[in-house]
Design a binder for this molecule. Structure first.
Ligand SMILES: Cc1cc2nc3c(=O)[nH]c(=O)nc-3n(C[C@H](O)[C@H](O)[C@H](O)COP(=O)(O)O)c2cc1C
Length: 318
């Protein structure tokens, strides 16, 4: 029996997923024995992400988490992506069934709450080849490819990230949008800043172009990352972005299970001219979606804030 409490528990676990600027751009609706996932475009980032590409990837990550939580609760699932072409916000329906649950997904449930975006320097250990293979296979299961960058590609990616930082910080609209998502932790979303420091931090970001400094730091982080990848998809449409999000979260959870955390250097995938150069660097016709660095974290970070589960659940329409 699927009680409301059980459904809420599944949704709560889905809300632990990563999202661009921690916007948590998702809504859930419980309809009979299914959970619907909708895009919440009031939480979009029109400057950073004008086509809602990253917004859709974030929702895809939440969908994968929902599947993991359902599997851990002993439920089978059937997913329908983009179930109604007349409703662009309705991204997926996840039917919950009495069929056997997927043991591989169920085994990832403990890592939903342990995964973190780790933006600091990783410890010096390499990532084992077996782990690289497992994380790559996790992404492939969801229809995306995690491409490992070799030394030459890494160098070029470092230049593109630095160029991306300079261009984004040079844009006052981009800085203002970032500042709007820098909140004290108690707000439940955004990039948490200590309560007293928040007004100053927001003013600094809004006012000063720190592009050169950020570029140098990000380049250094990228060059020193034990494992550097691009998540790529064969197409570049809403369906591909949903799949990329599921691939991202599956890969992150498998990585976490093997002691890894990750963070992002997506700047070159966010700016069209640089994205074309990132695609050239890949050397295939695939579309780069995210630039992800991986390694062993040096410490356990506190979780990023999340909105209460009731803020993301809507009443059933039927
Ligand atoms: C599609 C997507 C894009 C992201 N882009 C960046 C990024 O460019 N830089 C960054 O530091 N974090 C990025 N993040 C990570 C989010 O900021 C992070 O998920 C959010 O703050 C919540 O923190 P958590 O992942 O530790 O739960 C991205 C996450 C997603 C899903």
């Amino acid at each position: 029996m699927l009680t409301v409490d059980r459904m809420r528990s599944l949704v709560r676990q889905a809300t632990l997923s990563p999202s661009s600027h921690n916007t948590q751009p998702w809504r859930f609706r419980m309809t009979g024995a299914a959970v619907d996932l909708m895009a919440d475009r009031t939480r979009a980032l029109p400057v950073n992400d004008p086509f809602d590409r990253e917004l859709t990837i974030s929702c895809g990550a939440a969908l994968l988490s929902l599947r993991v939580a359902a599997a851990a609760a002993g439920l089978g699932t059937v997913e329908h992506l983009l179930p109604d072409e007349s409703d662009a916000d309705w991204l997926a329906r996840l039917e919950l069934t009495a069929q056997a649950s997927d043991p591989e997904l169920a085994a990832l449930a403990d890592f939903l709450s342990l995964r973190r975006t780790f933006r600091r320097v990783f410890d010096g250990r390499d990532v084992a080849q077996e782990v690289i293979a497992l994380v790559g296979a996790a992404a492939a299961r969801e229809g995306a490819r995690l491409v490992t960058l070799n030394a030459g590609q890494r160098q070029q990616a470092g230049e593109l990230v630095a160029e991306g930082d300079r261009q984004q910080w040079d844009d006052p609209r981009w800085r203002r949008e970032l500042a709007m998502w820098m909140h004290p932790r108690r707000d439940g979303d955004g990039l948490a800043v200590p309560l007293l420091a928040a007004p100053l931090a927001q003013a600094v970001v809004r006012t000063f172009d720190m592009g050169n400094g950020v570029a140098a730091k990000d380049r250094q982080l990228l060059m020193g990352s034990p494992w550097l990848t691009i998540l790529a998809t064969p197409q570049d449409d809403t369906l591909s972005w949903l799949r990329a999000g599921q691939a991202l979260q599956r890969a992150l959870l498998v990585g976490c299970r093997h002691g890894l955390q990750a963070s992002y250097l997506n700047q070159p995938a966010e700016l069209p001219a640089l994205r074309a150069r990132l695609q050239l660097l890949l050397g295939t016709a695939e579309h780069p979606q995210l630039v992800i660095r991986w390694g062993h974290p040096t410490e356990v970070l506190p979780p990023a804030p999340r909105r209460p589960v009731d803020a993301v659940i809507e009443p059933a329409s039927d």
